[in-house]
Each structure stands twice: as C-alpha cells, then as structure tokens.
Design a protein around this ligand. Structure first.
Ligand SMILES: *Cc1c(COP(=O)(O)O)cnc(C)c1O
Length: 372
C-alpha cells in the first residue's frame, strides 16, 4: 500500500465550505494586502499562544530573520543554535550579519543541549535560537536561565512545533514560542498549522519588539512613504490569513490526532527501534515522527525497504549544518559535535499526519519490523 508522508487533502472535506467562504470574502473585498483578516488572525494566534502580540509575516524564514533584527542582533554578533535543523534557522543568522555558532544536541530529544551551548558562550554571544525539532519541546528552563545569566536573547524557532507545550519549573504549561523573547512560526502547508501557500508569524510579549516587527515587515514604515528604517516586503497574505483563521479552530484536535498516531507507532515498534521519548513536562506537536536505529546500516536498510514498498519516508536531516558546504568557512568537521554526527546517521522519519489510518499505521510499522 502506498503511504504518503503527508496528505494535505485528507483533512480538507470537513472544512471545505468554511475555507472557501473565507477566501471568497477576501476576493469580494479585494483587500489583499494587510486586509482586516490579517489583524484578526494575529489576534487569534496571539490569544492561542498566550502572548501579548503576534505579527503575521510572509514565511517562517522571514519570521526568524526579522525576530533577530528586532531583538537587536547585529553584524559580528554570535548566535548559538542547533546544527540539526533546517538551514532557515542558521541562514537568517548569517543574513543579518551575525555568525551562527553550532552547539551539540541531546541524544534523546535531538534538541540543542544547554550544556553544550554554555560552553560556546563568548563575549560576542548575543542570542540563542533553540529549535523545537519535529515538535519536541526544548529544555526551555535551562535556556532561559542561561540567557538570564549571560544577558542573552532567546528566539524559539517554533516552525515545527506550534501547539507543542512545555511545563516550566514553576508548574505552568506554556505554549512553545511563548517562553523566549520571541517565538517564530511557519505556516508552510506541511507544518502543524499549514496555510494554502506560504505564511509565518512572530510572537512576543515585548511591545518594542512588536512595534519594530510591524515596521520591518512593511519596508520599515508605519505611515506610508515615511521610513524610519529599512525593512522588507514580508507581510502575511490576506487570503492566507483567512485560511489560517479557519484552520486554527481545528489545530488542537489535529495535534491530538497526531499524538494518537504517535502512540500507535510507538506501541507497534516497541523493541524494534528507538521511538520518540516525550518528557513528562512536554506536549509534542508531532509535526514529524522520527525513529532512531542502532546503526547507520540498519537505518539505511529500513529506509531502502520502505521506499521499495512505496511507503514515504524522509531523513530530517541527512547532513547537519556544521558539515554543509555553505558553512565550510566556519571550519566544522565530523567529530566536533559527536552526538549530532551520530544522530544524523541513524534517524529517519515516517509518514505523519492527523488522518493516518490504523491500516496505514500497520502497513508502515510492519514494514519497519520486516526491514529490521
Ligand atoms: C519550515 C522551517 C522553517 C522555515 O519556514 P518557511 O515558512 O518554510 O520559511 C524554519 N525552521 C524550521 C525548523 C523549519 O522546519
């Protein structure tokens, strides 16, 4: 049986009318640029996350870039982040003139390891960008403590983790992206809250950062043709905002369905390979479901077999950032970040979306078992 990685259309029929009406509303008003649907969605998104502000932007990459600028990251600053993420996390750091510094990851959560981060802090360090990889919450208490101790900014790359939650030491459950100085989000179709095209957002509780972001996304201007700074053309599209407002109402249910799929995967694969271990103080958003094998040979064999069976699979990510050609100038090599090197050689991700059926789950897990 063919099983896709994601099925964007599986969840569409129940909300089709609602979405199409919302889109028609924008077409009929023709308020395509920063129409009222954008402000409406921003309010709803901030309320969902429990932050004071949300700013809709063109995509999740711009969200990181503008959050860095609005938080005061400048040319020559060092920004510590994970080597085990999509390049958007680090290319934006370089693009604002700062230097990405890669620290090692945790072997269980695959997220940035606070102990490794602390070792990389220098007098030039300005910010930390933890990434909630696959939807797995980072150890935010540790990062916030480091930030306080060293006066650093924390920007949470929450592109894969909207609806994920973290319980802090005080016992409060917080949505991911609402804990650091800024949280950045992507509405790329395959993310937890996907638009019907590109989209992104930044959340913050800091009014000054919020005001700066509002200017940055619109050519540095508050009033048309008055530019207090240079900015970007990076507004959230009004049609996408209308779609997102509808989908936002369903996203919690979808995350529950993803968690149910994950539980079935874990039960079926017990003892076969390592399945995600979600800490007690975390809610995973399961944007991706990632397995770890005890050797590269086993991982590669499993991947080959699933591909032959037409079961979609993907390695997120086959080459860690410190080993990418784009970062050759930083001099990274195998052995520098040993946990990351070992993890990237032994993981791969299974199909994951809310509507995945029991039959599909069985086909996928039987194939993994057979391959191992
Ligand atoms: C998807 C993603 C981004 C970028 O989001 P876009 O909307 O595609 O620009 C950034 N960081 C991570 C970890 C992502 O997965």
């Amino acid at each position: 049986m063919k099983v896709p990685m994601v099925d964007m259309l599986a969840g569409y029929p129940p909300i089709k009318d609602e979405i199409e009406n919302a889109v028609k509303g924008v077409f009929n008003k023709a308020n395509f640029i920063l129409g009222e649907e954008v402000a409406k969605f921003e309010k709803e998104f901030a309320a969902h996350n429990g932050t004071k502000y949300a700013i809709g932007v063109a995509n999740g990459t711009d969200a990181i870039r503008m959050a860095l600028i609005a938080s005061g990251v400048k040319k020559g600053d060092e920004v510590i982040t994970s080597p085990f993420t999509f390049i958007a996390t680090s290319e934006t750091i370089s693009q604002v003139g700062a230097i990405p510094v890669f620290a090692d990851i945790d072997p269980v959560t695959f997220n940035l390891d606070p102990k490794s981060v602390e070792k990389k802090i220098t007098s030039k360090t300005k910010a930390i960008v933890p990434v909630h990889l696959y939807g797995m919450p980072c150890d935010m208490d540790a990062f916030m403590a480091l930030a306080k101790k060293h006066s650093l900014i924390v920007i949470e790359d929450t592109a894969q983790a909207f609806t994920g939650k973290y319980k802090n030491a005080a016992g409060d459950w917080k949505y991911l992206g609402s804990i650091g100085h800024c949280g950045t989000f992507s509405f790329f179709p395959a993310k937890n809250l996907g638009a019907f095209g590109d989209g992104g957002a930044v959340t913050t509780n800091d009014e000054k950062i919020y005001e700066t972001l509002k200017q940055l996304r619109n050519h540095g201007s508050k009033v048309r043709y008055h530019h207090e700074m240079e900015g970007f053309n990076s507004r959230l599209d009004t049609v996408q905002a209308a779609v997102l407002s509808v989908r936002l109402k369903h996203v919690e249910k979808w995350t529950e369905m993803r968690n149910a799929v994950a539980a079935k995967y874990a039960a079926a694969l017990k003892g076969v390979c390592v399945t995600p271990v979600v800490p007690a103080n975390a809610r995973h958003s399961f944007n991706y479901y990632t397995l770890r094998f005890d050797s590269k040979a086993k991982r590669d064999a499993a991947q080959k077999y699933l591909t032959e069976q037409q079961i979609a699979n993907q390695i997120y990510y086959p080459i860690a950032l410190h080993l990418q050609e784009a970062y050759a100038h930083l001099g990274g090599k195998r052995g520098d970040l040993p946990v990351c090197d070992a993890v990237m050689d032994t993981v791969f991700s299974l199909p994951m979306y809310p509507e995945l059926s029991d039959e599909q789950i069985k086909v996928v897990t039987d194939a993994v078992k057979k391959a191992v």
